[in-house]
Design a protein around this ligand. Structure first.
Ligand SMILES: [Zn+2]
Length: 223
């Protein structure tokens, strides 16, 4: 049975590549010279993989946090769940002193208040970790900035600007350090060559486990 392709992208690549997006769409990348019938035939042989991938993604989406900003909900910070208490009173709308305290008046703006809080914390934690690892790798990023990316945890551009998703501050410290080492290592070696991974491994011998952790749990790092 033919499997519907949601998007077919032609390029100068040599092989056919399949991806299932977060919303379950099937994207096929194929070389220009290969016929559509041939692409369809190849995709048909991958039916089982596509089905399993969609199932896994659906399970992950179901596990995504859906915060209502109610008493007793928890929010991850540095890998630990931090409980929320709703309090009476006016300012500040959101406080943190080991637990989160949100005023009842702040609840409708809960998401916005939490994101602003996490962004501030992420800027200080990631800045501090970049300052820690930079001299160890012998590099200094031009700037360390935050992004809102959900699945792209970090990036490094040609000018030497390093970006991290603010959501990363929700992850355990060793995972944060892995990503900082990863992006700083790109200031030395672009791309993901063997030499690049050797450089990462020299500073984070557990980097495989940390990548795996992000792949398995990254979807839960959200508001
Ligand atoms: Zn990379």
């Amino acid at each position: 049975m033919a499997i519907p392709i949601d998007r077919l992208v032609r390029s100068s690549r040599r092989t056919v590549g399949l991806t299932v997006t977060r919303d379950g769409l099937l994207v096929v990348r194929a070389p220009r010279r290969i016929s559509e019938t041939e692409v369809m035939r190849l995709v048909a042989t991958k039916g089982e993989w596509i089905r399993r991938t969609r199932e896994r993604l659906r399970a992950k989406m179901d596990e995504r946090p859906c915060h209502r900003y109610r008493d007793g909900e928890t929010f991850p910070l540095l890998g630990e769940p931090v409980p929320l208490t709703i309090i009476e009173g006016e300012v500040p709308a959101l406080e943190h002193d080991g637990a989160f305290r949100l005023t009842r008046a702040g609840v409708p703006r809960g998401r916005e208040l939490f994101e602003a809080w996490y962004r501030r914390r992420a800027a200080s934690v990631l800045g501090e970790r970049a300052d820690h690892w930079g001299p160890r790798l012998g590099v200094k990023p031009v700037r360390v900035l935050l992004s809102s990316a959900r699945t792209k945890w970090g990036s490094c551009d040609a000018r030497g600007v390093v970006r991290f998703s603010w959501r990363l501050v929700m992850a355990p410290p060793p995972v944060i350090d892995y990503l900082v080492v990863h992006e700083l290592a790109h200031l030395i070696i672009r791309g993901h060559s063997r030499a690049f991974w050797e450089c990462v491994a020299a500073h984070d011998p557990q980097h495989r486990a940390h990548r795996r952790w992000l792949a398995d749990h990254g979807h839960a790092l959200d508001l």
